[in-house]
Design a protein around this ligand. Structure first.
Ligand code: AMP
Length: 425
């Protein structure tokens, strides 16, 4: 056992798995570009307040899972590692006066998030999300555009079976009356509720709708459904979002239990699942509208909507599906030499080839040619460039390690030849 290990709930992403991650990040970036989302980076930590207000104090994320940083002095601000991207992005929108930019401001961020969760499969303490946020557009068209963008990402990542569940959770005009009905419903069943859920009923009754508890699952079948109690404006918004999705040919499932359960989340809420894997911990991503959030973080009233897609779960899904993902690319050639001590020459030739844009490594160990060739083969290089006596006449031996053939090549011709081979010619 090594003395030190990566902290519980975190893991090292080793070189062999990085190409698959890089491919996902490249896909996210190219889709963000195509849809007009501009990149933003926010700090990995913020004032705790930003999250307490921006995510909501009565959520698991804040109550139980926030990674709070220990201040070094008594008067230091209280900070926490970011558990999600939206709050920091909206804080930046307000701080930098983005309400004076052309609206909506479309922003995207891809990076690590931190939650002090109980680690299990697909649930880590450091994980990665791809976020997009469109701030300053009340929808409904942009809602549909964002939902479609998420589906497109999964499809292009090779997950054909991803579906979107969607709901409307109303707004401050209609939700309070619905919450009252819901509270009355649960209160009638209060003696059946487990203690933890009874506490949540007092703090935030909407949360009981997506509870993991089997008692609640049974009760919720008969619970009042929010879309039956929307005000006209919210009902029309929801119908329009769905009409836009229909116009795009995007199938979507209305899911009454899908709630975000906070005052400033409004109207559209959605989550992505693989067909047949709709369990609590299995959402691949989710998002929704937050028309109250900018104001809550000190800005003017501004509508907004966004999503966060969890990349760790996409990688896991790709592995489960045995999808062919990007793999590491070996060098096209390794420069080796007959003279074990000729490292300067090998390094010079490799450096010149790299200056031509080639992916080439030199064998820099002082060892026999046979050992150098063996290492080049093990690494998966297509060619070995062998430096020997011919070098004085401007030639090298080019060994095709795959075909086990060898020929003399003028060193000046090497770049063009290797470039052709790199392109598969
Ligand atoms: P949420 O903001 O909780 O809706 O999370 C959005 C997405 O991020 C989820 O659907 C997951 O794919 C991913 N996610 C959230 N928490 C974790 C975690 N602890 N480990 C891995 N992925 C996570």
């Amino acid at each position: 056992m090594p003395a030190y290990r990566a902290p519980r709930g975190t893991r090292d992403l080793l070189p062999a798995e990085r190409p698959a991650w890089r491919a996902l990040a490249d896909l996210a970036r190219s889709l963000a570009d195509a849809y007009g989302y501009r990149e933003i980076e926010t700090p990995l930590f913020e004032q705790v307040d930003v999250f307490e207000r921006g995510v909501g104090a009565v959520t698991d994320i804040i109550e139980k899972e926030l990674f709070r940083l220990q201040p070094r002095t008594d008067d230091a601000e209280a900070w926490a590692l970011r558990p999600e991207g939206t709050a920091g992005i909206v804080r930046a929108y307000v701080q930098h006066g983005m309400q004076t930019w052309p609206q909506p401001v479309r922003l995207t961020l891809l990076g690590p998030m931190f939650r002090y969760d109980r680690p299990q499969a697909g649930r880590y303490r450091q994980f990665w999300q791809w976020d997009v946020e469109a701030i300053g557009d009340a929808g409904p068209a942009v809602d549909a555009e964002i939902v479609e963008l998420g589906l497109r990402f999964y499809r292009e990542a090779g997950l054909e079976d991803v579906e979107v569940h969607i709901n409307s959770i109303g707004d401050p005009a209609c939700r309070p009356a619905y919450v009252e009905r819901l509270t009355a419903f649960y209160t009638r069943h209060a003696d059946e509720l487990p203690p933890h859920e009874r506490e949540r009923l007092a703090a935030n009754p909407l949360r009981l709708l997506d509870s993991k508890d089997p008692v609640l699952a049974r009760l919720n079948v008969d619970a009042p459904v929010i879309t039956d109690h929307l005000c006209d404006a919210c009902a029309e918004h929801f119908a329009d979002v769905r009409a836009h999705l229909d116009a795009l040919g995007v199938e979507h499932r209305q899911e009454a239990g899908l709630v975000r359960g906070l005052d400033y989340y409004t109207r559209t809420a959605f989550e992505y699942y693989r067909r047949g894997r709709e369990g609590q911990q299995q959402a691949l991503g989710g998002g929704g509208r937050y028309d109250g959030l900018v104001e809550l973080l000190g800005g003017r009233h501004t509508p907004g909507i966004g999503f966060a897609l969890g990349l760790d779960r996409v990688i896991l899904a790709q592995q489960e599906t045995d999808l062919e993902v990007a793999v590491e690319r070996p060098p096209i050639a390794v420069v080796v030499g007959a003279d074990p001590a000729g490292t300067a020459e090998r390094l010079r030739v490799a450096t010149d080839l790299r200056a031509e844009g080639l992916h080439v490594r030199a064998d820099l160990a002082v060892r026999k040619l046979g050992r150098q060739l063996e290492a080049a083969s093990r690494e998966g290089a297509h060619f070995a460039v062998i430096l020997g006596d011919e070098l004085s006449e401007g030639n090298v031996q080019l060994r095709d390690l795959e075909a086990a053939s060898q020929k003399v090549v003028a060193i000046d011709d090497l770049p063009a030849l290797l470039q052709r081979k790199s392109r598969g010619g």
